[in-house]
Design a protein around this ligand. Sequence first.
Ligand SMILES: Cc1cc2nc3c(=O)[nH]c(=O)nc-3n(C[C@H](O)[C@H](O)[C@H](O)COP(=O)(O)OP(=O)(O)OC[C@H]3O[C@@H](n4cnc5c(N)ncnc54)[C@H](O)[C@@H]3O)c2cc1C
Length: 371
Amino acid sequence: MFPPSFDYHRASSVSEALSLLAELPDATLLAGGHALLPRLKNGRAEPGAVVDVSELPELIGVDVGSEATVVGAATTYATLLETGTEAGDADEESDAGGSVGDPTAGRSVLEQHAPAFLEATRAVGDRQIRNRGTVGGNLAEAHPESDLPAAALVADASVRIRGSGGEREVAVEEFLTGAFESAVGDDEIVTAVRIPHVDGWDGSNGGDAEENGSDRNEPTVDNGGAYVRKTHPTSGYAMVGVAVRVGIDDGVIASARVAANGVADTALRLSSVETALEGIDVTTEGVGERVTAAVENAPADVPEATRRGDVHASAEYRVSVLPTYVERAVRAAVDSTEAGSDGGPDSVGDSAPDSDSGRNGRRDQQGGEPR
Ligand SMILES: Cc1cc2nc3c(=O)[nH]c(=O)nc-3n(C[C@H](O)[C@H](O)[C@H](O)COP(=O)(O)OP(=O)(O)OC[C@H]3O[C@@H](n4cnc5c(N)ncnc54)[C@H](O)[C@@H]3O)c2cc1C
């Protein structure tokens, strides 16, 4: 189908874009267009005007600070992957790259602090989509099967929103209000996504960098993460996507963040799985069985009323395969930590089956079927 006709405005600043949204009540924002254009073509959107923010320098870029990394809303997935994985010199001690003998050596700040977010970004669509689609557009679209929301949840990320009254920052949990619904108003713009750097063993972020003697560009915890998904063969979206972040203290999972896309109207944390994972010693025998037992009740974390099914996969199917994908993601996350990479007596990752899309963006469309 051809899209309906509309007026096109290319904003030269965020302020101008906000003025255009205020002047033109039936206007909508355009970033990468990979959600909006299909909607225009299939008649599900008929804006009178489109305000293009995809080229605004204010909204593009990855700013690595000492306490957080801030990703501009109009930063494409490709740019985030390029700049977000720039590592320091692995041969020398460096803020970004860690040091020799350190498993974090050669890893960028984001790889160390938010590995699941980068993996989810790599999992999005294909190269063309990653070249145009944007981080802010992905979250603003609030597609239940998008890859970034679960990864943003486990990263404790927040979304910066600007309106005529100024800027506010909203935690991702509060930003995602429903299927295709978010906290950003019609007259507001998402300006950035803030990803705090890991601090402390309890999974909390914040605190005083000087007090704990860290500049936060190297995690103070043995931090690991992963994103694994069950990809629909034709849509390319995740029927189920699971993001995990773990903090390991002396071989024991001290903090766990687990969230899923695709199974409910919005991405959501699987809190009973998180609790069950905490306390597992990943260096002792039987760890595989303990992880399997910990993820078993994942469906109970998805409220019946919010479960999602469509022509691609029923709600029952999605929820029934959820434990399998949670387990794969947990194993990959533990495996990516220093404790997990030691390959102890019963290495968690050794028996992990292939996934459709897992660590390091590896995508295997023929990946093993869930048990
Ligand atoms: C074939 C195909 C496969 C895809 N596969 C995947 C996949 O595997 N995983 C995945 O996660 N996504 C996938 N996508 C979606 C893609 O990632 C989109 O890029 C993303 O959902 C929206 O980002 P965008 O920049 O393209 O936004 P747009 O399409 O330009 O905008 C999307 C919505 O967000 C609003 N918006 C955009 N920017 C802002 C802003 N700064 N502030 C406020 N509102 C804003 C727009 O008004 C619009 O309502 C796929 C898309 C296609 C076409």
